[in-house]
Design a protein around this ligand. Structure first.
Ligand code: G3P
Ligand code: CA
Length: 225
């Protein structure tokens, strides 16, 4: 049962910050989940929304700013927005990294960065899983490098994502946990996919999905899993 820290250990530190990912490591998480967009100069930026409005003291679209400009905005008055390679360097192979592709243009940039860490820094494909609600981006990722593990995100049903997962030979299905029961978890696993539900936070919900024998849980408080 993998304990995966959603946007870092979001219950304890500001989401998608190096501090949140360090907290996830301190809590012995098996993995972290994070979200990515591109800056105007095409660096991979770790942030959930397409704007910086909710999480920083700035305003505007992530991809209207250069990396240097994005670094000048603060999260909670003290933290900077991290790049994906800063997160890779912090994690340093200590746990799985689930990269959720959010922004346009992210698939080719993320694939290139993963390939760089594998060829130059002794990482391997099992250190990563790429997920997205945008299945075109997952298809693009698979076309670019079919060895990169893929998790198909879904919040509406399980049949269509399962068919797509079979088509692109995905590793996992990442469903909204409310879609699951013991029977369908078993059915998905019988087809050869891991089941990694999100975002399971309360003790009651964690116990419920654990009883379905899922392969892992994405949670703001991974220490409760
Ligand atoms: O990866 C699961 C979860 O992160 C998807 O929802 O909105 O938190 O990115 P969201
Ligand atoms: Ca996410």
């Amino acid at each position: 049962m993998l304990k995966i820290a959603h946007r870092g250990a979001k219950a304890y530190e500001p989401e998608n910050t190096l501090q949140a990912f360090q907290k996830a490591l301190d809590l012995n998480s098996d993995g972290i989940e994070l979200d990515v967009h591109l800056s105007a100069d095409e660096d991979i930026i770790v942030i959930h929304d397409e704007t910086i409005d909710r999480t920083t003291n700035g305003k505007g679209l992530v991809n209207d700013f250069t990396l240097a400009e994005l670094k000048s905005f603060l999260i909670d008055g003290k933290f900077q927005i991290p790049t994906l390679n800063e997160v890779f360097d912090l994690v340093d192979k200590k746990c799985l990294i689930n990269i959720e592709l959010k922004g346009l243009g992210t698939p080719s940039k993320v694939v290139t960065l993963i390939e760089e860490y594998i060829s130059e820094k002794n990482w391997n494909y099992n250190h990563f899983i790429i997920s997205s609600f945008d299945w075109n981006m997952l298809q693009e990722t698979s076309n670019l490098n079919p060895n990169i593990p893929i998790g198909v995100l879904t919040e509406e049903n399980l049949d269509t994502p399962l068919a797509f997962a079979e088509k692109i030979k995905a590793k996992a299905i990442h469903p909204d946990f409310n879609l699951l029961n013991e029977e369908n978890v078993h059915q998905i696993q019988e087809k050869g996919f891991l089941v990694l539900p999100w975002t399971v936070n309360s003790e009651k919900d964690i116990q419920k999905v654990k009883s379905y024998n899922v392969n892992g849980i994405i949670s703001d408080n991974p220490d409760k899993i």
